[in-house]
Design a protein around this ligand. Sequence first.
Ligand code: ATR
Length: 278
Amino acid sequence: MKRPSGATQVAAVIGHPVRHSLSPVLHNAAFEACDLDWVYVALDVEPGAAPAALTGVRALGIRGLNVTMPHKTDVAHAVDRLTPEAQALDAVNCVTNHDGDLIGHNTDGPGFVDSLRAEGIDVHAMACVVLGAGGAARAVVRSLADAGAREVVVVNRTAGKAAVAAALADGVGRVGSTADLAGADLIVNATSVGMGDPATSAALPLEPHVLRAGQVVADLVYHPLETGLLVAARQAGATPVGGLGMLVHQAGRAFSLWTGVAAPIDTMMDAALAHLAR
Ligand code: ATR
């Protein structure tokens, strides 16, 4: 990587904890591949301190910011403007800095749809079921509807949260149950079930007998890369899609927003895989 100089531009992610974030790996690989004199660092910001961090972004001229847990909503309330996506979700994962005027974006959902498109999957007219109703699920629900899904059914342990998530799928969302899974063209696991050490987290977010050939089964979990759900999908003849693609594509969108340069997605994916293999 180019050695930073007085002219180097800075991008960063804020979160807590943030030390194990993959974002520096993805973005520094992309800056290098595109020969951009930029550097990306991870900054641990205590809960509640996001507004102060944004004051720092303005004062220091930090050109691009990613936002992760637990700051996404606080940042949505502290930037100067929001994109319609970030406003609907009340959550920001990416900030652009226009001479101190901060715009909050949310690239998570579009990144998910991009990751499907990269696998040759078009969600237009698909019947979709999203398992989970947390921040990641809400972003996916909205973007599936935006991309023309026929319906977006939200299935969640806590019913009240499912209703809030389903309302984000303009006109095509509803709360459903596991009975909706067998008829779905696309099933997305946006719960944390299956995350962690594969030896201790073999749990599946659904009964595998509902899976069948012709379905696409996407897991937002990328640790492990090959989740129990993806294995079950493959065994059933369905098309499995892993969670690393969403992470890389949401980063790719942020990269382009900050630099104006098309993101080198393959380089970013390779860097992520190499890092995770270590
Ligand atoms: P994120 O921001 O990554 O989306 P989150 O907001 O904590 O994370 O959401 C986690 C989701 O996984 C929630 O929908 C949660 O269900 P509840 O809304 O009922 O809490 C879901 N989840 C977590 N553990 C689960 C489990 N063991 N079984 C079913 N759903 C689970």
